[in-house]
Design a protein around this ligand. Sequence first.
Ligand SMILES: *Cc1c(COP(=O)(O)O)cnc(C)c1O
Length: 389
Amino acid sequence: MTIDHDIPYGRQTITDADVAAVNEALRSDFLTQGPRIMEFEERFAGYVGSRYGVAVNNATSGLHLAARALGVGPGTRVIVTPMTFAASANCIRYCGGDVTFCDIDPDTYLMDEEKLVEILDRYPDGTFSGMVIVDFAGYPHNLERFRRIADRYGLWIIEDACHAPGAWFTASDGSHQRSGNGKWADCSVFSFHPVKHIATGEGGMVTTDNPELLERLRLFRTHGITRDPALLERNDGGWYYEMQELGFNYRLTDIQAALGISQLSRAAEGLARRQEIARRYDEAFAGHTDIRIPSRADDICHAFHLYVIQVPDRKGLYDFLRENRVMAQVHYAPLHLMPYYKNLGNREGDLPVAEEYYRHCLSLPMFPALTDEEQDYVIEKVLEFIERV
Ligand SMILES: *Cc1c(COP(=O)(O)O)cnc(C)c1O
């Protein structure tokens, strides 16, 4: 089999309906902060099952807002997973807080609950204020269990759910609980970067069930400025607003919200297609002892932002696939080994499970528009390399 184009690891799907929705927004009265923002917030909150959504210009801003709204500042120490994109930890640093990394579970690649408790027990009470956990690759955290740990130690939870819109875990009462549904995490954050499930170019959403956090997220999103008469210290007239905190401009535009609303209407379809692609990879690689496929429990729904395999010779496979126009990727080099975080005192060997995972992991193409023919080609090339070695 041959192909005449590169196959990326992830990419957006844009339909005629998406284009029409954006066109309509462009010709409307509002290019930003119009009715489409609130509609997108409400619809997205409905999709993940939270009470509120706050649309932002990207997930990095959303993480920053969440950290700021939760009161992170100098002297605040937060536990973060190293197996994530840099923004999950950077949001704490933006606010002047400190990061302690906790190693990952070798099966799920999520933050290891036992190691988390070990860290919490090793330090004096009150050392840590919160944790940032990441539903890595789309594998949902059992947030009921993490909430129990958080409550025991007085911590808040930011769930970086950028990989996991539509994922769910099964709670102890048997109910399905969606990632970002606000029941257990204080804030959850989603990204609408083109490689994620829903694309708005740049974009993000913070979800929460907490009305006080909602107010603070909205305040910090728009310069710390409020016009709400109930919140003003004084009121000079209809024109009057107050800047009450040092906030930011982290707003999404109505043009992007229009695209988000249109994309969201196909989110369930896209998720089902991702799961079908995962099943086809699983079947193709079953029985090949040199390929480790993603593990998953029966009682979760994995959102498959990524399909990550582990192989003995990852660099060899990566180079071979690139030569054959398959643009596989690595997610991620552990964050504690980035020069910036090394300079803050982290060292090679600190987090052996994440480091060992990094030596072998490779993300294969995974996006709804991937055709069966393209996937068969990817599978053929992976097996060709594995069987040759
Ligand atoms: C993509 C991603 C982000 C950042 O998202 P942006 O919208 O690009 O800022 C943060 N965390 C994780 C886990 C991501 O995958």
